[in-house]
Design a protein around this ligand. Structure first.
Ligand code: TYM
Length: 331
């Protein structure tokens, strides 16, 4: 049996370069020799309020982007999270085996909740448990994610081990996070101390996969570096390091190799060349995404077929969990 690989992205505000370099790009190779499930986590998206029309179109765009990046529904199971209700059943069971203390320690919860004022949505708090359910419902071994999701996969491991200790060792597979060598944390171009994130209110420091060539060029030209002018590979500011790392990730080379190639060159050269590398790389993905969005019915069909396969697998896992915890009736 091939090991199972599973990962997902939230369909909010469109996908960005961080999602691509930190996650999606690394998924493609697994398709050849692993059992793969990749999906769009629409249930996660509603942890913050969404406009229904915008959400629907973001889900469709996310699926089209997956396909445009090279995910193949004949090789991988593709679906939307809300189409597999078994995930929610497992999520409740896991919620009852998690503690408020461990969820309150999640860095992402602390960051996101600090921006919400008095009214912190409960969904934001329990979101990592839903993610654990996503992973554990499918007997997943490997979870390719960016750096910021590593802590959630660690929590998933803790929950799996806790459940295995309580109800039998083989109940869940304990999954491992898989991080890429480059691009595991892409930073905001205007605030290089913060990760590139969909929740940036202006979007000016975020390169969206749907941005046109001119917009991408402009965003890189405005990228924040430091007060110097020429590149010293021994003393790279966070902004410069981010630009070099983005380029290195796309060219499959290391930060060090690329930094030494830029030694002594002007910051402007790095910005323009990085923009060019990104533009050339993203253009075919964007064009293909737009073409796929012309046939939304075909996208829905791919999701339905994927969800059917996913449900079959998740329901077997939920059935086993229900039986072991003592429920009657699902056999
Ligand atoms: P999300 O939608 O925030 O991000 C999706 C993926 O993109 C990675 N990522 C980044 N990588 C590098 N640099 C960045 N600036 C950057 N921003 C995001 C994330 O690490 C992630 O891999 N809860 C998850 C989605 C999820 C999931 C799952 C993932 C739900 N269930 C099960 C794996 C398995 C999330 O909100 O990711």
């Amino acid at each position: 049996m091939k090991p199972t690989v599973l990962s997902a992205v939230q369909p909010t505000e469109g996908l960005h370069l961080g999602n691509y370099l930190g996650a999606i790009r690394n998924w493609i190779a697994y398709q050849e020799d692993h059992d793969c499930l990749f999906f769009v986590v629409d249930l996660h998206a509603i942890t913050v309020r969404q406009d229904p029309k915008v959400l629907r179109s973001n889900i469709e765009r996310a699926v089209a982007t997956y396909l445009a990046c090279g995910l193949d529904p004949r090789k991988s199971t593709l679906f939307a999270q809300s189409m597999v209700p078994e995930i929610l059943e497992l999520s409740w069971v896991l919620t009852c085996h998690s503690s408020m203390g461990e969820l309150a320690r999640m860095t992402q919860f602390k960051d996101k909740s600090s921006k919400q004022g008095e009214n912190i949505p409960t969904g934001l708090f329990v979101y990592p448990v839903l993610m654990a359910a996503d992973i554990l419902a499918f007997r997943t071994s490997l979870v390719p994610v960016g750096d910021d999701q590593k802590q959630h996969v660690e929590l998933t491991r803790d929950l799996a081990e806790r459940m295995n200790n309580a109800y039998g060792k083989d109940l869940f597979i304990v999954p491992k996070p898989m991080l890429g060598t480059t691009g595991r944390r892409v930073f905001n171009l205007l605030e290089p101390e913060n990760k590139m994130s969909k929740s940036d209110p202006t979007g000016l420091g975020v390169v969206f996969l749907s941005d046109d060539d001119k917009t991408i060029e402009k965003k890189f030209k405005r990228a924040v570096t430091d007060s110097g002018t020429s590149i010293n590979p021994e003393a790279l500011s966070q902004g410069l390091k981010n630009l070099i790392e983005i380029q290195a990730a796309i060219q499959n080379t290391s930060l060090e190799t690329l930094a030494s190639r830029y030694a002594g060159k002007q910051y402007g050269v790095l910005k323009v060349e990085t923009a060019q590398v990104v533009i050339e790389h993203l253009r075919p993905i964007r064009d293909k995404t737009d073409a796929l969005l012309q046939d939304r019915a075909a996208l829905h069909q791919i999701l339905r077929e994927g969800a059917e396969k996913a449900r079959e697998r998740a329901s077997a896992q939920v059935k086993e969990v229900y039986k072991r915890i003592g429920f009657v009736g699902r056999s």
